[in-house]
Ligand binder design. Sequence first.
Ligand SMILES: [Zn+2]
Length: 522
Amino acid sequence: MHLRPAALSLFIVSIGASCSLAQLAPSQTDALSKLQASQNAAACSPTDASSCAQAAAKLMPLILGDSPMIENLRRLTDEIGGRVTGTPEMAKAVEWGVTGFRAAGVDVHTEKYTLPVTWKEGATRLTITSPPASNSQLRAVSEGWGPSTPRDGIEALVIDIGTGSDPDFARAGNLKGAILLVHSEIGSTWADLFNEYMRPPGIIARAAQEGAAAILWTGARERLLLYRHTNSLAGQIDKIPQALLAREDALKLARMVAADPGKVRVRLSMPNEIGGPIAQENVVGEIHGYEKPDEVVVLGAHLDSWELGSGALDNGCNAALVIEAARAVKATGLLPKRTIRFILFTGEEQGTIGSFAYVKSHTAELDKIRGVVIFDSGSGRFPGYSLGGRRDTEAGLAQILKPLGTWNVNQHTADASFGTDNFDFLLEGVPTFVANNEIANYLANYHAASDTFDKVDQRELKINTVIAALTAWGIAERAEPIGKRLTRAELDTLVKETGLDQQMRLLGYWEQWQSGTRGRKP
Ligand SMILES: [Zn+2]
């Protein structure tokens, strides 16, 4: 998962001429020629102002040359495959992560937390029972963390609820016992994906309140592509059964309902297997700082995925990136001033449960977490980071990434949103940096059977790994923290200014934020 708000407040960072970091000669525009030219540069030293440029020169050949990253990713996606948190595949993926850090020579451990519920889809079936149709089977999958239907399924009238707006509901009349069909637009942008998560909570609440039996969501991707969507973002089983229909089948059903209003009935059977609670783990690799070892920079990505495909774009490629960044930093032979933690979070797809657990168990340390860098948007080109609603970290970040100046990676945005593992760090006031990759083929394969190894852009992934490693290194290496920890009062302003307050209300986090059970205490 990775959601971005519809209205991005884009701003371009201007790189100040007063930057203290050494610049590479402007004539060296090619990354490889840059690194070759600087191979013999002196090692980073604690007092060396050009630390980032020298680190970049060492990181580039390690990452852009032969490396184990792509083979690591192949093993994760092809051999382990989809890895839903709480399943045996997730446990194998955790072992993959531990093995990867160990092979990189990086200290590694796992940290346990409790996943409240386990979930597995059963044999979902959706059949038109009336009027008789020669092609009565519709292609559908259960919503992730959706409840199970009764043993024989639910047989009910289908009511087309349009897009689920207030007028749509008012027009629809009595919904008691009915199965609702909700329309959607085809998604192609980050804003579309954001709206796919922001729209359903209101519809589900109203459907449940009016006694509807289930909801059928029209797929937002064409060509019969099924994908795992979840509307339950706290690891709990959702209020009413929901299935995602192949777009073409949903549109056929809508035409049938329009032709025969009040007559079309379906049977929805979703024998989902629900269990738990169960202990799960985040994987933590660590390179200790030599000067301020108790101050920490986190470079993270979620390791879990949905299971229709093998979770390559979301988010296997970036899990592999985190391990590779750790390997490369270690292999430079340089030690960072501050500690760098390379974290593979789990439980992300159920509502950033693993990273929330991490924040809770490291509360005493949050004053000393200097930055959290997250990659969770596939392998598209990287133009910059989302800075989580703040601008005070912008100048420092521009300095850090300056050695990559010709790559044009300093276009950062000041938006803040729910949707990936920076969320609970952000709400605690810790500076966060979420990679704003271009969408590339991410949405076309989102949570779908087609999210497989072959979709990953290996060249961009390697380039993104250099950027990730340098970012973590630079935040760890700066003389001063890149940004302060925000106070509750500052965070209250931030959530209002960014619209994060509206997101939290829609998604059901507002009460927790207000009461102080989530985020920095009032
Ligand atoms: Zn993701």
